[in-house]
Design a protein around this ligand. Structure first.
Ligand SMILES: *Cc1c(COP(=O)(O)O)cnc(C)c1O
Length: 360
């Protein structure tokens, strides 16, 4: 009854609600450091709008999301027509995949990387070419990605910083890739963690848009802006794709509340700055701990740290859960990905992990 591509897949299994986990384990508090949300919540300007309750929910939202798209266009100095809104980047990834991919096509991605690129490729009947990151540095291999392009390649997904490694591809690496792939292959820079990147050679992809009409840039309000629960993100798309992508996009894919909140969030860059600084010191807490224990990790330009625990990560995951810390295992054997929290949360998680590692 269902399309055959679905036979190879299984449905996303969401984690249990936090409150349920807390009650089951008999803990006072539970810390979720599993999905790279912002430990500092969101901008006060956003909270104010949500509290006011002045958005009339009996009307459909503005399907064009005009106010938010104009604010984003102004923020990045790009034409409004080239902004595509999505109910989170998950939605944007689905829209692009649905509009572009046909059975027999392929996409190219790093391994490990964000799971949704390949999921939607499979649903559309396309193949995924996965190229392992460098084992030592954790960096995506853009040369291998460029070399893997063939006549059926439609999309190269560049997750930058990459989830779960936290590593970046540099301006030079991205430019070299763009210069060597045909202009009919979309190169999509997923910059969900863009704001957190502090490395000097992190690329300015906006500077590449004029020269490369096959580039798409994706940004989200779910991570540093602290609005994961509202579901809103956007892409800067080539003019030529505006019509086809908007055919596929559901007419009211982003809610009025999400549009208003995101507009206010974007305007508060002081909040963003504060969170970046806190994240940088949080990463340092983890580096100090991992260095002291001699555990291997990748240097992160994001709000999470990915490291080799040198033991069964699933077992560690369960033990950390017993102590009230939800982290992420299952991305690479023995490795854990942990979201950078507040100073206190990082300290608590590091302490919990230390006591587990020192058992028996
Ligand atoms: C979290 C994440 C997304 C999805 O974010 P949305 O909440 O759907 O906007 C996209 N890409 C990467 C790499 C992510 O980590």
């Amino acid at each position: 009854m269902v399309k055959s591509a679905l036979n190879a897949l299984s449905a996303y299994k969401p984690g249990k609600p936090l409150e349920e986990v807390r009650r089951e384990l008999g803990l006072q508090k539970i810390y979720k450091l599993a999905s790279n949300e912002n430990p500092f919540g969101t901008s006060k300007a956003v909270s104010r709008i949500l509290r006011e309750g002045s958005i009339d929910l009996s009307y459909y939202p503005d399907g064009a999301g005009r106010v938010l798209r104009e604010a984003i266009a102004k923020f990045h100095d790009v034409p409004t027509d080239q902004i595509l809104l999505g109910s989170g980047l998950d939605d944007v990834i689905q829209i692009i995949s649905r509009a572009v991919l046909e059975p027999g096509d392929n996409i190219i991605e790093a391994a490990p990387t964000f799971s949704q690129y390949s999921l939607h490729a499979t649903i559309e009947g396309a193949e995924t070419i996965s190229l392992p990151v460098d084992e030592t540095t954790g960096k995506s291999d853009l040369t291998a990605m460029a070399n893997a392009v063939n006549a059926r390649t439609k999309i190269i997904w560049l997750c930058n910083p990459n989830n779960p490694t936290g590593t970046i591809s540099t301006q030079r690496e991205v430019l070299t890739l763009l210069e060597s792939v045909p202009k009919d292959v979309l190169v999509i820079s997923d910059e969900a963690y863009y704001e957190y990147a502090t490395s000097a050679d992190y690329p300015d992809t906006f500077a590449l848009l004029d020269q490369f009409p096959n580039v798409i840039i994706m940004r989200t309000f779910s991570k540093i802006y602290g609005l994961a629960g509202l579901r809103i993100g956007y892409a800067i798309i080539p003019e030529a794709l505006s019509e086809p992508l908007n055919i596929v996009r559901l007419p009211f894919n982003t809610s009025s509340i999400a549009q208003s909140a995101a507009t206010a969030a974007l305007a508060d860059q002081a909040f963003v700055k504060k969170c970046v600084d806190a994240n940088t010191s949080g990463l340092q807490q983890w580096y100090d701990f991992l260095d002291a224990r001699g555990l291997t990790y990748y240097k992160s330009d994001a709000n999470f740290i990915f490291f080799d625990t040198k033991r069964d990560a699933t077992e560690l995951f369960n033990k950390l859960l017993q102590k009230g810390y939800i982290v992420r295992a299952g991305l690479k054997p023995n490795w854990l990905r942990i979201t950078i929290g507040s100073t206190q949360e990082n300290q608590g998680c590091i302490q919990a992990l230390t006591s587990i590692l020192e058992e028996k």
